[in-house]
Design a protein around this ligand. Structure first.
Ligand code: GDP
Ligand code: MG
Length: 174
């Protein structure tokens, strides 16, 4: 008999405020996108069961949001506890968010160790307003040893791929 959700993974979604973390979680878990920017949401996480091709298995993803506390460095231990993987996100139109990427990686390593991670450049629909070159982004990913995904949460480009990759990498690390 097959067991339901043998595989469960907690994913923490990190990055400066405004890069699209909440939008990404809502997009992946609920299939919706809104333009309004709400700084906080009332819940700690959303979950979604998704079939992952690379594993040929359904995985239950628990996606943890930061409730807009990024700039106060107030993200608590509870947030990181038990995380099996992490998204480090920045925005195409926000240079500070790009520069902050190494510190987010350091933070994850300090709290969770060497878990499955990847780098996400979101808002690629705004590439005309990019504040960082494609080469610089690729160099950053290489330097940090992270696979790079370019996403547009707004148009649902590459979002599912990010989480599929993290589930696969997490599985390999087990
Ligand atoms: P968070 O602070 O990192 O959680 O960011 P939010 O998810 O609240 O998003 C901040 C703003 O960016 C919102 O107005 C979103 O609608 C917008 N946003 C998120 N993803 C995209 C995207 O791919 N393209 C564009 N153009 N806007 C986006
Ligand atoms: Mg948010």
């Amino acid at each position: 008999m097959e067991e339901d959700f043998d595989r469960e993974i907690k994913v923490v979604v990190l990055g400066n405020g405004g890069v699209g973390k909440t939008s990404m979680i809502r997009r992946f878990c609920k299939g919706i996108f809104t333009d309004e920017y709400k700084k906080t949401i009332g819940v700690d996480f959303l979950e979604k069961a998704q079939f992952v091709d690379a594993l040929q298995e359904e995985v239950r993803f628990m996606l943890w949001d930061t409730a807009g506390q990024e700039e106060f460095d107030a993200i608590t231990r509870t947030y990181y506890r038990g995380a099996g993987s992490a998204v480090i996100a920045f925005s195409t139109t926000d240079l500070d968010s790009f520069k902050a990427v190494p510190s987010w990686k350091d933070k994850i390593i300090a709290e969770c160790g060497d878990i499955a991670m990847c780098l996400v450049q979101n808002k690629v629909d705004l590439i005309d307003r990019a504040v960082v070159s494609g080469e610089d982004v690729e160099a950053m990913a290489r330097q940090l040893g992270l696979k790079l995904y370019r996403t547009c949460v707004k148009e649902n480009i590459n979002v599912t791929e990010v989480f599929g990759y993290l589930a696969e990498l997490h599985h390999k690390k087990l």
